[in-house]
Design a protein around this ligand. Structure first.
Ligand code: FES
Length: 146
């Protein structure tokens, strides 16, 4: 993956060389939080998003965006209507240029790095960020609150 680096500055944001976790970390950390494997970081493409279902809802329940070598994860729920998923089609969370997250329902647009709505019916509201970690073997894991 090269010499990419960043540090965690907010929930949902990691660097590709973020502090690795051990297998033991994947067990329950707190009574309501678990780390769940999503994929290997090599599977994620720049300026693209990918959905996963660690919350076991039967459809994508969170999505990960790779932008400028950093990874961001958010719950797949639009703050305009609490449980509305964002994409119009599987893994289509971003605009054509890959610059912003878009909700297909009513066109809300969200900043990739913060999850804050920058235009649309929920202006100023935010997507729910999900904390991510990269293990030494390159597996991406998410903190899932159950
Ligand atoms: S449900 Fe997302 S903009 Fe309305």
């Amino acid at each position: 993956m090269g010499s990419l680096r960043a540090t965690s500055t907010q929930a949902g944001l990691i660097g590709l060389n973020d502090e690795a976790s051990t297998a033991e970390d994947l067990t329950e950390r707190e009574s309501s939080t678990q780390r769940v494997e999503l994929c290997h970081i090599a599977e994620l493409r720049e300026s693209r998003a990918q959905g996963f279902d660690p919350f076991r809802e039967g459809q994508a329940s969170l999505f990960v965006v790779k932008k400028d070598t950093s990874l961001y994860a958010y719950r797949d729920r639009c703050p305009h209507y609490g449980t509305t998923p964002l994409p119009w089609k599987k893994n289509e969370y971003l605009d054509k240029a890959g610059d912003v997250i878009v909700c297909a329902a009513h066109g809300a647009r969200f900043d990739i790095t913060t999850g804050i709505c920058i235009s649309g019916p929920c202006l100023g509201q935010s997507l729910s960020a999900i904390a991510l970690h990269v293990r030494r073997d390159g597996q991406l894991v998410a903190d899932v609150h159950t």
